[in-house]
Design a protein around this ligand. Structure first.
Ligand SMILES: NC(=O)c1ccc[n+]([C@@H]2O[C@H](COP(=O)([O-])OP(=O)(O)OC[C@H]3O[C@@H](n4cnc5c(N)ncnc54)[C@H](O)[C@@H]3O)[C@@H](O)[C@H]2O)c1
Length: 253
């Protein structure tokens, strides 16, 4: 068991990458708090974990709220009295648009969830990890953060910002035994994917266009990310901090 005895909090755990990571962490022995703005979805993930013999609890939390982030930490400590792994994964996508057509509300929402949400979550968990003198913070960035696609400029900016913020925080927290890593996925088969293509569903031509940009010849599955998150959360990655860990089939080469 790679995460035996650990307590993990995963945001955006109701779907896609967050759900797969929560399940993977639990299968490796972690007790997992499945946090999501969609409580029913978080509950579904927690139930799947318990059905498989793991331990999980669901918490409704909007990552854009400082109050919800603190409540998430408080509920984690009330349940299991520690917090070893925080995976700031919740995020929202953008539909491709020329910059002059992007409205302020779109900018504000993407920054609120993808950037402020990560900041608020990390700020809430750090005092606990400092007390424990250990911890791992993972952030879901994106290859868009350093290899953007046209029309996704605000989303790309949000992911670039969390990657550089995570590097700064990694430096700050290294003396406390806390690692901080950004995971940068290429396009991943989750409910979010069609939005990046400006669609409500992905058709064969859309998929082909994205796949062509990935040297390994396919898109990510949520499990590809869960496997990477497991490695980075475990002691196998004890000397990995501050990096942007690409899970991209070679897209960023
Ligand atoms: N799917 C991709 O192609 C792709 C590629 C690169 C990076 N990412 C990133 O991966 C992360 C996970 O996305 P996914 O692909 O699994 O998408 P998804 O839509 O399957 O899951 C996102 C989850 O986040 C939750 N969420 C949204 N806003 C929230 C909020 N304010 N508070 C709490 N929870 C909230 C949603 O309810 C949902 O359960 C995101 O940060 C996304 O930007 C996705």
């Amino acid at each position: 068991m790679k995460l035996g005895g650990k307590v993990a909090v995963v945001t955006g755990a109701g779907s896609g990458i967050g759900a797969a990571s929560a399940v993977r962490f639990a299968a490796e022995g972690a007790r997992v708090i499945c946090a999501d703005i969609n409580e029913a979805a978080a509950k579904k993930t927690a139930e799947a974990i318990e059905k498989a013999g793991g331990q999980a609890l669901e918490v409704r939390a909007d990552v854009t709220s400082a109050v919800d982030n603190q409540a998430l930490v408080d509920q984690t400590l009330a349940a299991w009295n520690r917090l070893d792994i925080f995976y700031a994964n919740a995020g929202v996508p953008q539909s491709p648009l020329p910059i002059e057509s992007v409205d302020e509300a779109t900018f504000d929402r993407i920054m609120a969830v993808n950037v402020k949400g990560v900041f608020l979550g990390i700020r809430a968990v750090v005092p606990v990890m400092k007390r424990q003198k250990s911890g791992v913070i993972l952030v879901t960035g994106s290859t868009a953060g350093h290899r953007p696609r046209p029309g996704l400029q605000v989303y790309a900016g949000s992911k670039g910002m969390v990657a550089s913020m995570a590097k700064g925080i990694a430096l700050e927290l290294a003396p406390h035994g806390i690692r901080v890593v950004t995971i940068a996925p290429v396009a991943t088969e989750t409910p979010m994917l069609p939005t990046f293509m400006g669609k409500t569903a992905v058709d064969a031509a859309d998929r082909e266009a994205f796949v062509k940009t990935v040297p390994m010849g396919r898109l990510n599955t949520p499990e590809d990310l869960a496997n990477a998150a497991l490695f980075l959360a475990s002691d196998d990655a004890a000397m990995v901090t501050g990096t942007v860990f690409e899970v991209d089939g070679g897209r960023c080469i």
